[in-house]
Ligand binder design. Structure first.
Ligand SMILES: C[S@@+](CC[C@H](N)C(=O)[O-])C[C@H]1O[C@@H](n2cnc3c(N)ncnc32)[C@H](O)[C@@H]1O
Length: 235
């Protein structure tokens, strides 16, 4: 897949709230000049856009599986997207303190099951029920795990964890955080990590733009996004 073949969706530009300006000195130790708060805001923008694009026909009562959930921002964006009658979430992440912190903040915290696990170790799949989720959210995991492991995670979700009409959606970092990773290379790497058996729905690139008046800078960060429907028939 070439990046130029993917639909480009430019999201409405945002400004970093002034209340967060004092945090802009914090950048990633791995060498990006993008402040962590700016990255966080841009990821949330892309996650909201992903929900609007792929998850319009969810039931009113949903069970959500959030893979690499951290503080649960992706689940929270889904929760805030409409009025659900029922909402439970299962969060899987190796960082249990992030999940603990997140459950204290999100309004549905008492309905979150936390699963501290290494997603590169297939045993995580035994810790949660099969055919139990209406949707699975994956936000910015790809660059943290080896490609075959990412592929295995998607396989497990679409074949075993989703309900028959369930859907997996993913937003992966595409470019703009690190100069050295051109979008094309990242798109290819993400594509190579999607199992061949999976049918990718409506993939696109979300372009985000955030201005930071204090720094007199504008940051453009890009995300690759796609959906895959359940392939499991089990009820
Ligand atoms: C960039 S954060 C994504 C946070 C979240 N999905 C969001 O949308 O805000 C990446 C998360 O992946 C988790 N992670 C990375 N590698 C992992 C692994 N092998 N097993 C479990 N979690 C992992 C990290 O702990 C971190 O919380």
């Amino acid at each position: 897949m070439r990046a130029s073949d993917l639909e480009r969706v430019k999201l409405p530009p945002e400004t970093l709230p002034e209340t967060l300006s004092h945090l802009t000195h914090r950048t990633f130790s791995s060498g990006s000049s993008v402040p962590v708060v700016v990255y966080g805001q841009s990821l949330e923008m892309a996650e909201r856009a992903c929900i609007d694009r792929y998850l319009t026909s969810l039931p009113l009562t949903v069970d959500v599986l959030d893979i690499a959930a951290a503080e649960g921002s992706f689940s929270n964006a889904l929760f805030e997207s409409r009025q659900f009658e029922g909402f439970t979430a299962t969060w899987v992440d190796r960082n249990s303190s992030a999940m603990d912190a997140g459950t204290k903040v999100v309004p549905f915290g008492s309905r979150v099951k936390r699963v501290p696990a290494d997603l590169e170790d297939v045993r995580w799949a035994r810790m949660i029920r099969d055919a139990a989720f209406d949707c699975t959210l994956i936000g910015a995991l790809h660059h943290h795990v080896a490609s075959p492991k990412y592929s295995q995670i998607i396989d497990i979700v679409i074949q075993r964890k989703l309900r028959p009409k369930g859907r997996l959606v993913a937003v992966e970092l595409g470019g703009g955080l690190y100069e050295k990773d051109p979008l094309q290379r990242v798109v290819e790497a993400v594509w190579e990590s999607i199992p061949q058996s999976a049918t990718i729905q409506a993939a696109c690139i979300f372009d985000t733009e955030i201005s930071v008046p204090l720094l007199r800078r504008v940051f453009n960060i890009h995300y690759v996004s796609f959906a895959i429907d359940a392939t499991c028939d089990a009820v």
